[in-house]
Unconditional design. Structure first.
Length: 322
């Protein structure tokens, strides 16, 4: 196959997103000799950076702060040659150079070009959609216990959700709050057994089972929530709280691929086992893809796979396949 001549300004791969998946993809791509640029903006900052402690990542038996872990990933990726740019990516469109197919990535007021793209934009927390929620964001409504927990020293707070993140954050909040009420729409938690036991054994944590929040109430700041029993709708009560922390699921940050690559009904990027999307030259990994388990360790595995698939694709495109 004839070797193609590609402009120097064109990257082999542009990675969108700076979480564990994107950074692992960058590390593996750069180690494979690909010219690699990673773009991270405010809309693609990893959720893991606001996690107080990660204790289920292999080799970190004593636990590690999420921000610190991501910083270690960045340092390692940079050491192998990954370049970084800060901007919010707003669009991905096809490009070509003398018959060579590639992609043009719009980010802020800049445009980058690459033979391949790895999308690792993650997801953001779903909101309740109830009266009072929007108006109290930043005035008692929070999506980050690590960020805002210290503001609630000696106060009562509510945590909404029953998964790992909700229970981890509830446990963290007991460091500051006088009482933490977990509001969950079911009668049992979805969190890992070890987290459930810690929460059940913690005297500061109480549970409102089979319950949903109908309204967040207060004047200038949150003063409480009105909750309703899902099995007995007429059964309602007010729970006093000065803080409400919401962890009820994720919405993928995939709008930039809408109309470009296939998305699931829930908006996640559809990929195959090689992290290939429905479009040649675009790969995806991490929390933005359609998969069962969203954890740091799975994001890293996705990222490594995406980078390897990208390597094979770019080498074939250049006529350099082994």
């Amino acid at each position: 196959m004839k070797k193609m001549v590609i402009p120097d300004s064109v990257q082999d791969v542009v990675i969108i997103g700076g979480g564990p998946g994107g950074l692992t993809a960058g590390l593996y791509a750069a180690r494979a000799g690909l010219k690699t640029l990673l773009i991270e903006g405010a809309t693609s900052v990893s959720q893991i950076t606001v996690t107080d402690i990660i204790e289920n990542y292999p080799g970190m038996s004593d636990g590690i702060n999420g921000f610190e872990l991501v910083e270690r990933f960045k340092k390692q990726a940079a050491a192998f040659g990954v370049k970084f740019a800060s901007a919010d990516v707003t669009g991905v469109e096809k490009a070509s150079w003398s018959g060579i197919e590639g992609w043009r990535i719009s980010a802020g007021d800049r445009v980058f070009e690459a033979l391949a793209v790895v999308v690792s934009t993650g997801a953001h927390w779903r909101r309740l959609g109830v009266p009072g929620e929007e108006g109290f964001i930043g005035r008692g409504i929070s999506f980050c216990a690590t960020c805002d927990g210290p503001f609630y020293r000696g106060k009562e707070v509510v945590v909404v959700g029953g998964g790992n993140t909700a229970i981890q954050e509830a446990l963290f909040l007991t460091t500051f709050a006088s009482k933490v009420t977990v509001v969950h729409r079911r009668n049992r938690l979805r969190a890992d057994a070890v987290l459930q036991k810690r929460a059940m054994d913690n005297g500061k944590i109480g549970f409102a089972w089979d319950s949903v929040i109908e309204e967040v109430i207060g004047r200038d700041f949150v003063e409480g929530v009105r909750i309703r029993d899902v099995k007995l709708p007429e059964k309602k009560k007010t729970v006093p709280a000065e803080g409400v922390f919401i962890f009820i699921g994720l919405i993928p940050n995939t709008d930039l691929l809408r109309g470009v690559a296939e998305l699931s009904d829930a908006g996640y990027v559809v990929v195959d086992c090689g992290m290939r999307t429905s479009v040649k030259g675009i790969f995806a990994c991490g929390d933005c893809i359609d998969k069962t388990l969203r954890q740091v360790v799975t994001a890293c595995g996705d990222g490594a796979t995406a980078a390897y698939s990208t390597q094979l694709y770019v080498e074939a495109l250049k006529g350099e396949s082994y």
